[in-house]
Design a protein around this ligand. Structure first.
Ligand code: AR6
Length: 177
């Protein structure tokens, strides 16, 4: 894992990291999930592969999550304590920006409810779900900053933007530099 950038944004430590989110040591990692919480490929597949089938089993018990909403499970064998599963939009389904903002906000709200201090986020929707990377990264970075601005008392003190592909990490770097 390579830290490309570290900065303070209104009292919250922001890190842009090029690496595998399943290696993160934050209290929670966010999964880019689908509505039926069937964790096949991308971040979701990597999380279940490394964290274990307990994550899929707990997800099955939850069942359905609407687009733009987030839920959590334990994190099995991962270093994180929780996996926060958030459902971003599929590019082309309509109202994508609003839904992506809601997915990011919901993930942060779940972390806040769990009173977590640190969380790592991938670029939700910009892989299998086809949201153009440049647009998606801008929306995600902006929504996180809005959340910090509007929740000065948040328990969340450290947020990592952790992505396995270099292009996405560089786009986050450009947003925060
Ligand atoms: N660590 C960090 N970033 C990753 C990793 C990883 N291990 N794997 C992929 N990325 P995606 P989506 C990046 O496809 O578009 C699954 O099948 C990837 O390069 O995981 O929301 C789910 O079950 C991209 O920038 O999420 C859903 O059906 C970003 O993470 C569907 O894919 C998100 O890519 C969700 O698609």
């Amino acid at each position: 894992m390579k830290v490309l950038l570290e900065k303070n944004y209104n009292g919250v430590k922001i890190k842009v990291i090029h690496g595998d989110i399943t290696d993160e040591c934050t209290e929670a990692i966010v999964n880019a999930a689908n509505s039926s919480l069937q964790h096949g490929g991308g971040v979701a597949g990597a999380i279940v592969k490394k964290g274990g089938t307990i994550i899929q089993e707990e997800s099955n018990r939850i069942g359905y999550v609407p687009t733009g909403k987030a839920v959590y499970t334990s994190a099995g064998n991962l270093k994180a304590k929780y996996v926060i599963h958030t459902v971003g939009p599929i590019w082309g389904e309509g109202n994508e920006e609003e839904k992506l903002r809601s997915a990011i906000r919901s993930a942060l709200e779940v972390a806040e409810r769990l009173k977590l201090k640190s969380i790592a986020l991938p670029a939700v929707s910009t892989g299998v779900f086809g949201y153009p990377k440049e647009l998606g990264v801008k929306v995600i970075a902006d929504e996180v900053q809005k959340y910090i601005d509007s929740h000065p008392e948040t328990t969340i003190r450290e947020i990592h933007f952790t992505n396995i592909d270099k292009l996405t990490s560089e786009l986050f770097y450009n947003e925060f530099k």
